[in-house]
Unconditional design. Structure first.
Lengths: 203, 203
DNA sequence: ACCCTGACTGTACTACGAGTCCAGTTGACT
DNA sequence: AGTCAACTGGACTCGTAGTACAGTCAGGGT
C-alpha cells in the first residue's frame, strides 16, 4: 500500500476535520483510528496522547494560515504597490476566500482551543499565543507602513488595530458557526475594510 | 440550613464559573456537586443531564447579558439623547465594564458553546442562535436610528454592522483568553467606536 | 542470508466521568 | 399522621483516555 506514505499526516487530516466540525473533546481517538484505518496502538505510536495531537494540529494549522496570509498579501502587492491599497485588496481576497469555502470554513482552531484551554498543556496554549502575537506583528507592520503615507484621521493603537484583523475574523467565525449562516466572517472583514478606508482616507 | 433556598441556582453559579474557566466538557458533574455540597443524585434531580444544565446556563446568561445591555444603553440615553452619542457612550461604558472585571471577564458563553456545539442538542444550539439574532436586531435598530440623523459616509449593511458589535466583543474575548492579556476586548470595542465616529461623522 | 528497525496490530488492563436506577431519609405543610 | 419535594447514597453500565506489552511485517544495510 502506498497510502502508508504518511500515516501521521493522515491522522492529522482526519483529526483536523473532526475537531473543526465538533470540537476537540468531542472527537474520540476511536473515531480517528477508524477513519485513518489504523489501530489504537498505531495512534499512540505517533502521538503520546491527545495533547501531542493537539500540538501537532495547531503547528500545522498555524503554518498553513501564515502561508496563506503570505500568499494573499504577496498577490495583493503585485496588484498595487501602495500599502493601503495592498491591504484593502488583501482583505478583499481574504473575504472572497472565506466565502468560497462551501462548508463554511475550518472555523479557526485558535478560538476553539482558546475556549477549551484547560484540556491542553502549556505547550499548546503557548503555541496559540505565539500565533496571535505573530499576526499582531504582521498586521501592525502593515498598518504602520500605511500610516507613513496616510495620516490616520483618528488616533489608534497600532497593536490593537493589528489584533483587530484576527479579532474580526475570529468573531465572524464564531457568529457564522453559531448562526449557521455562511458569510458572516467575510461580511465582517469587508466592514473592517471600510473602516480602514475611512481611517486612512486621503481627503 | 437556609442556603437550601435555591440549590438549583447554586449549581448554576458553580457550573457557570467552572465552565467559563475551563470549558463545558472539562467541567465534571463530580466537581459541581462537590462545590455545591450536594450528592450526584441531587444534581440529576435538578437537571436531567448535562445538556439540561447547559440550556439553563445559557438561558440565564443570555437574560443577564440582555439586561446588562438594556441598562447600559439606558444610562447612555440619559446622558445624551442623540442616537450616535448614545451609542458611543454605551460602548465606552461597555469597554470600561469589561476592563474593570478583574478576572478578565466571563468569556462569552456563546463562543464557548459555538465551538463545542456537537456536545449539545438542538435546543441549546437554537438558544445560542436566537441570542445572537436578538443582539443583531437590537444594534441594527440603533444604527438605523443613527443613520436617520447622520448619513453614513460609506454604504454599510446594517445587519452586518449590528453583528459587528457581537463579533468584536466575541473576537476580543477570544484574543484576551488566548493571549492571557486583560484588556483586548475593551480595546477592540474602543476601536469599533472610532469606526462609528468616522462612519457617521457629520462633517 | 541475516538482522535490525520503524511502523505498526491486537489484546488486555486501569481509571474516570456520564448517566441510570432506586431505595431510603428528612423537613415542611396539611 | 400522611404527603410531597428535595434530596442522600450506593450499585451498576458504558464509553473513552491512556498504559503496557508481545507480536508481525516490510525494507534497508551488512
Amino acid at each position: 500500500m502506498e497510502q502508508k506514505v504518511d500515516t501521521r499526516s493522515r491522522i492529522l487530516d482526519i483529526a483536523e476535520a473532526a475537531v473543526l466540525e465538533k470540537g476537540f473533546e468531542a472527537t474520540s481517538i476511536e473515531e480517528i483510528v477508524a477513519g485513518a484505518d489504523i489501530s489504537r496502538g498505531g495512534f499512540f505510536y505517533h502521538f503520546k496522547d491527545k495533547n501531542a495531537l493537539a500540538r501537532a494540529m495547531l503547528e500545522r494549522y498555524i503554518e498553513s494560515e501564515n502561508a496563506l496570509y503570505d500568499d494573499l498579501f504577496a498577490r495583493a502587492r503585485e496588484l498595487n504597490d501602495d500599502p493601503l491599497h495592498c491591504m484593502l485588496i488583501g482583505l478583499k481576497l481574504l473575504a472572497e476566500m472565506l466565502e468560497e469555502m462551501p462548508t463554511g470554513h475550518p472555523g479557526c482552531v485558535i478560538a476553539s482551543t482558546a475556549y477549551q484551554d484547560r484540556l491542553f498543556d502549556e505547550g499548546v496554549r503557548d503555541l496559540n499565543r505565539q500565533a496571535i502575537l505573530g499576526w499582531r506583528k504582521r498586521f501592525r507592520g502593515m498598518f504602520e507602513d500605511i500610516a507613513k503615507v496616510y495620516e490616520p484621521r483618528e488616533p489608534v493603537n497600532m497593536d490593537a488595530l493589528g489584533d483587530m484583523v484576527s479579532g474580526v475574523v475570529e468573531g465572524g467565525l464564531v457568529l457564522q458557526r453559531a448562526l449557521r449562516e455562511h458569510n458572516n466572517a467575510s461580511e465582517q472583514i469587508m466592514l473592517f475594510r471600510t473602516y480602514l478606508k475611512l481611517l486612512f482616507a486621503s481627503t
